[in-house]
Design a protein around this ligand. Structure first.
Ligand SMILES: C[S@@+](CC[C@H](N)C(=O)[O-])C[C@H]1O[C@@H](n2cnc3c(N)ncnc32)[C@H](O)[C@@H]1O
Length: 252
């Protein structure tokens, strides 16, 4: 178990890339099933909305950060089959599932290519991607400011970044009901199905303790992004931040 559930707040130690990678390696076999089951399939709509927001165009090079089993990249390719997606993730087992899914969908390796790697040290040249996107991944990163700097570096001027992440509903009744589900039922079912209770205790704790969307948006702006869109989904369970890289400091 990588997450000490007695502590409510995941420490940076628990967000260390090797621990996070190991945790997702362990839960990879049941990740997709639990994702769709525990969100009643709404996660699919959130990813589609993020991809729509990015306005991916034919010929675009798109970076799917913390791509996991690849669903955000697949949504991008469904919307714009003539873009090229590069996925990067820490967890080898998640990437293996993504590769199998890509093969089943008949995609060739040039359409969606997967790399093992860390958001904090992207193995790419500067200013090469038209779009970048990260779904439910930024919360797991130890240093979000550094992550945004890296993403900013690899985006072309005017390139867009979509950040899709969980948050908690603000309306009191909805929040109370959701918290019962999120803090009690979800860890129970997730732990039972995945065989890794720690991972599904980490999920609500990491959302609870993560930077609120407004502050994350400020962090993006501090890096140089111009915020183009901020959207809450499904009563405030998740949100989308869309930022654009400025034109005048392309090599930042
Ligand atoms: C909740 S999953 C999201 C996967 C996928 N984006 C999706 O929408 O289903 C989080 C993923 O982030 C990856 N991850 C966490 N920290 C990372 C980092 N620093 N660099 C690269 N990947 C990371 C994990 O390995 C995991 O696959």
């Amino acid at each position: 178990m990588s997450f000490d559930s007695r502590k409510a707040i995941p420490t940076n130690h628990e967000k260390h890339p090797s621990r996070i990678g190991q945790m997702f390696n362990r839960i990879a076999p049941t990740y997709d099933f639990l994702n769709h089951f525990l969100s009643a399939g709404i996660d699919v709509k959130w990813r589609k909305a993020a991809v729509r927001g990015l306005g991916i165009e034919r010929g675009n090079l798109v970076l799917d950060l913390a791509c996991g089993t690849g669903d955000l990249g697949f949504a991008a390719l469904e919307k714009e089959p003539y873009c090229q997606v590069i996925g990067i993730d820490l967890a080898f087992n998640m990437l293996q599932i993504a590769r199998k899914k890509a093969a089943r969908k008949g995609l060739d390796t040039g359409q969606y290519t997967f790399f093992s790697g860390d958001i904090l040290r992207l193995p790419f040249h500067s200013s090469i991607f038209d779009r970048a996107m990260v779904a439910f991944g930024i919360r797991n990163v130890m240093d979000t400011g550094r992550a945004f700097k890296e993403i900013y570096r690899v985006l072309k001027p005017h390139g867009l970044l979509a950040v899709l992440e969980f948050t908690l509903p603000r309306k009191p009744l909805l929040r109370d009901l959701y918290l019962i589900y999120f803090r009690k039922l979800l860890p129970f079912i997730g732990g039972l199905v995945s065989g890794d209770p720690g991972a599904y205790q980490y999920l609500p704790s990491s959302v609870d303790s993560f930077t609120p969307p407004e502050v994350l948006s400020l962090e993006m702006q501090k890096t140089g992004f111009i915020i183009r869109t901020t959207k809450l989904y499904t009563g405030g369970i998740s949100y989308l931040l869309l930022g654009e890289k400025k034109a005048n400091n392309a090599s930042a």
